[in-house]
Design a binder for this molecule. Structure first.
Ligand SMILES: CC(C)(COP(=O)(O)OP(=O)(O)OC[C@H]1O[C@@H](n2cnc3c(N)ncnc32)[C@H](O)[C@@H]1OP(=O)(O)O)[C@@H](O)C(=O)NCCC(=O)NCCS
Length: 193
């Protein structure tokens, strides 16, 4: 997988606590603490608690060079990490080229509405083009109107697929949500669990 990113700069503007420009780049080993901090905030957003071993495994996969899972980070000029996007490239049956699933995308609340989420996704799409992948895709909660507005306005219309999820026994040992009836657990967390 190429190490360089193609595009990924949020145009300079004024915003308290953020030094512009904000750039998008692949996560590296030295980003572990910053990624973990934002990952914990993302899990709180989804009201999900994961055993530490799951987070450890996710970071290990992300930071394994040449592995199918990766992360892009939005980093300001002072080095603060403002957002992340986790993705996984995988084989598919309909095409000989790999597809790329966006697993998670998150921007720190104080850095929102600056174009960072849009640039994270646009950077992944540019990367997918450079890698020769066939497509970038993701799922969203129907009720997540903010994220869906971003997707609808800037990327693609919903393609009409409906997701079905049957949790398997092994997952019960790895995923915990505060309530089995919460909107998030009922819908399935993120894209993959
Ligand atoms: C969704 C999320 C990543 C967007 O990040 P962001 O950096 O604030 O988004 P951007 O500034 O790039 O905005 C891109 C577009 O999203 C839409 N948008 C973003 N925030 C919005 C809001 N509060 N209300 C309405 N639309 C909004 C807009 O269409 C915007 O483009 P526009 O200003 O040209 O209309 C961010 O809100 C977030 O982290 N949410 C929590 C995690 C989450 O929901 N992840 C998605 C899981 S599917």
């Amino acid at each position: 997988m190429a190490d360089t990113l193609i595009r990924g700069e949020v145009v300079p503007q004024r915003h308290p606590g953020i030094e512009f420009p904000v750039t998008i780049r692949p996560a590296a080993a030295g980003d572990e603490a910053a990624w973990r901090e934002l990952w914990a905030a993302y899990l709180r957003f989804y009201q999900v608690a994961l055993p530490p071993a799951v987070t450890d495994a996710t970071w290990r996969r992300i930071s394994t060079p040449g592995g199918p899972m990766g992360a892009l980070l939005a980093v300001d000029a002072s080095g603060d990490v403002l957002g992340f996007l986790n993705y996984v490239a995988h084989q598919v049956s309909f095409c000989e080229l790999d597809a790329c699933l966006v697993d998670d995308i998150y921007v720190r609340p104080d850095a929102r509405r600056l174009g960072i989420g849009r640039e994270l996704l646009a950077s992944l799409i540019a990367r997918a083009d450079a890698e020769g992948w066939s497509k970038v895709y993701w799922v969203a909660l129907e009720s997540n109107s903010v994220a869906r507005r971003m997707f609808d306005r800037h990327f693609a219309k919903c393609d009409g697929h409906v997701r079905y999820t049957v949790p398997c026994r092994a997952a019960a040992r790895t995923i915990r949500t505060p309530s089995p009836h919460s909107e998030f657990s009922a819908a399935g967390l993120g894209n993959h669990q």
